[in-house]
Design a protein around this ligand. Structure first.
Ligand SMILES: CC(C)(COP(=O)(O)OP(=O)(O)OC[C@H]1O[C@@H](n2cnc3c(N)ncnc32)[C@H](O)[C@@H]1OP(=O)(O)O)[C@@H](O)C(=O)NCCC(=O)NCCS
Length: 170
């Protein structure tokens, strides 16, 4: 598995994924977005918000993961093609992003939120060392209802050292 920074050439695929309700799954908001809107979104991304394509070793594109600033902290999120779930790819991707953020930025906390019924997403976070913090009331509007979320975080003190990325290049 490899993480590659999203490029402009990826935008048609990003639009295709965004418009596919199965890609987001039952706990994510429904979205229909035109190519033009995706390009505008891409052009307006802040310098600290990065989106990555999750690729298999054979180059197949199977999902996305992002990090974005939340005040002095960072938020992450992820989605995988249904056919590639439950093979450990997202846990590996989250471990890499956590290593990358703590190695590259002077931050103390990374957070994520998941629907309480989204067991797969919560397992991913727990396996990657995140801890459950509590309930976020009326977190996100999904399919006609405001849903609560569960907030997870990992602190630099708990991470301690890189799990996948090397600390030095020497
Ligand atoms: C959430 C998601 C990204 C997880 O990706 P993934 O690559 O399948 O995750 P992993 O394979 O690394 O780990 C999934 C874990 O959840 C477990 N799991 C999955 N579905 C489960 C269920 N219904 N009940 C219990 N455990 C479940 C798997 O067994 C695995 O845990 P294990 O290693 O202890 O066996 C993927 O399901 C997805 O794209 N869902 C739709 C989008 C989404 O919900 N994104 C997150 C929004 S917060």
């Amino acid at each position: 598995m490899n993480l590659r920074i999203m490029e402009k050439e990826d935008l048609p695929l990003i639009a295709e994924w965004a418009n596919n309700p199965d890609f987001g799954g039952e706990y994510e908001p429904l979205e229909q977005i035109s190519r033009k809107e995706v390009e505008k979104w891409y052009d307006n991304l802040g310098s600290e918000e990065k989106w990555f394509i999750i690729e298999k070793k054979d180059g197949g594109k199977i999902g996305q993961i992002f990090h974005a600033p939340r005040g002095p902290h960072f938020l992450i999120g992820y989605r995988l093609l249904p056919s590639e779930r439950n093979k450990g790819y997202c846990t590996e991707a989250v471990r890499i992003i956590v290593d990358y953020l703590f190695l590259s930025k002077d931050i103390v906390r990374i957070q994520a939120d998941a629907n309480p019924r989204n067991i797969a997403s919560q397992r991913v976070l727990e396996k990657a060392g995140f801890k459950k913090e509590g309930l976020i009331r009326k977190d996100v509007y999904v399919r006609g209802e405001w849903k609560d979320g569960i907030l997870y975080s990992i602190l630099r003190d708990e991470w301690k050292e890189p799990k996948i990325l090397p600390k030095t290049t020497s």
